[in-house]
Design a protein around this ligand. Structure first.
Ligand code: DGL
Length: 317
C-alpha cells in the first residue's frame, strides 16, 4: 500500500488542472538560494553607496581542489594584505583534472553554495582553472556573491611569443573545454597553440607543498607530451593553465630549459579581486583560516605551506 504522502503527491501531480505542458527551463533562475548579507549605513571615500558595503570582516573566499589556489593567495597578499581570507580546498575531490564535467560542476556548485551561506564572503575566487572553465557560469547563476574565475592566459601569451608556437599546460579536463576553444579562436590568431593535459603535475605540486622532494625528471616526464607534438621544438611560451603549476615553476624552468618563458594568471586574478572590491573596507576580526574536505589529518600535513601564506589554522569542512 503506498504511503499517504506519496499518494497525495501523485494525485496532486495528476489532476488535470495541474498538468502543464513540458517547458524546458534553461533560463537563469529567478530566485537565488543565497544572497549575501550586505551591511547598510556606511559610505566610502571612493563614493560608493552604502548598499555596496559588506561587513568589514566579510572574507574573500579562495577555492581550489587543493593547494593550487595558494599561488593566487600569494599575489593577493601583496595587493590586499588587510583583506580577511578563507582558503577552501576540496581535498576529498582532488584531483579534479581526471573527473567528469558533471562531477566537477556538482561538487563545485554544491560546496560553494554551502560555503557562501556559512562564511558570508564578500567575493568568491574560484582559484582553479578546471573548476572555472567547467562551472563558473553555473555558480554565477545560483549565487549573488561576485565570483572571480581563472582563465588560461592565452591572450597575453599570444602577444609574448616570438616563434609563434605557444604551449598550453593544464589538466586533462581543462584541455577539452569549449571555453578554451573559444579563447583559442579569439586570441591565438596566426600562432599555433599546442595543448597538453598534464594531470601528474598536480600531484607533484601537492607533494612539494607537503615538504616532499620533487624530482625535475618527474616534472619533465609529466610535461613532455607538450613538446613531443608537431612544432613542439619551436615552443617559446608556455601558459600554466592550472593554479598548481606555478608551484613547480623552478622545476618546469629546468625541465624546459632556456628559451621558454612561462606565464600564468595569478597576478591578473588578484588585480581583478582588487578592482571588484574597490572602495570596500577591510578589517580582520579573527585570524585567517583554511577549510578542507576529507581527512583533517591529511589536510594538516600542508600546515607549513599554509603558514608561509599567513594561515595557521586548518579545519575540516
Ligand atoms: N588547481 C586546479 C586547476 O587550476 C586543478 C587541480 C586538480 O586537478 O584538481 O586546474
Amino acid at each position: 500500500r503506498p504511503r499517504s504522502g506519496l499518494r497525495s503527491y501523485r494525485s496532486a501531480q495528476h489532476t488535470p488542472q495541474n498538468r502543464k505542458p513540458f517547458e524546458p527551463s534553461l533560463s537563469k533562475p529567478r530566485t537565488f538560494f543565497y544572497r549575501p548579507k550586505w551591511k547598510h549605513g556606511h559610505s566610502t571615500s571612493a563614493g560608493h553607496t552604502e548598499l555596496d558595503q559588506p561587513a568589514q570582516d566579510s572574507p574573500i573566499l579562495l577555492f581550489d581542489s587543493g593547494v593550487g589556489g595558494l599561488t593566487v593567495l600569494g599575489e593577493l597578499r601583496d595587493l590586499l594584505p588587510q583583506a580577511p581570507v578563507i582558503y577552501a580546498a576540496d581535498m576529498a575531490g582532488l584531483p579534479y583534472g581526471a573527473k567528469s564535467e558533471a562531477e566537477i560542476a556538482a561538487r563545485v556548485a554544491g560546496l560553494l553554495g554551502r560555503m557562501a551561506e556559512r562564511y558570508q564572503p564578500r567575493l568568491i575566487c574560484i582559484a582553479c582553472n578546471t573548476a572555472s572553465t567547467i562551472a563558473l557560469g553555473m555558480v554565477r547563476d545560483v549565487l549573488e556573491t561576485p565570483i572571480v574565475g581563472t582563465v588560461p592566459a592565452i591572450k597575453p601569451a599570444a602577444k609574448m611569443t616570438r616563434t609563434g608556437v605557444i604551449g598550453l599546460l593544464g589538466t586533462e579536463a581543462t584541455m577539452r573545454q569549449a571555453y578554451v576553444d573559444e579563447l583559442e579562436r579569439e586570441f591565438v590568431g596566426d600562432c599555433t597553440l599546442l595543448r597538453y593535459g598534464a594531470n601528474n603535475l598536480v600531484a607533484l605540486g601537492e607533494a612539494k607543498l607537503r615538504g616532499e622532494s620533487v624530482d625535475v625528471d618527474d616534472v619533465a616526464r609529466a610535461a613532455a607530451g607538450l613538446v613531443l607534438q608537431n612544432h613542439g621544438e619551436r615552443l617559446d611560451t608556455v601558459i600554466l593553465a592550472c593554479t598548481h603549476f606555478p608551484l613547480l615553476e623552478d622545476e618546469l624552468r629546468q625541465a624546459f630549459g632556456e628559451g621558454v618563458a612561462f606565464i600564468h594568471g595569478a597576478e591578473g586574478i588578484a588585480r581583478r579581486i582588487v578592482s571588484l572590491t574597490d572602495g570596500q573596507d577591510f578589517a580582520r576580526s579573527a585570524p585567517d583560516f583554511a577549510v578542507g574536505t576529507g581527512e583533517l589529518a591529511d589536510f594538516q600535513r600542508l600546515a607549513p605551506a599554509f603558514a608561509r601564506y599567513g594561515i595557521d589554522d586548518l579545519r575540516a569542512f
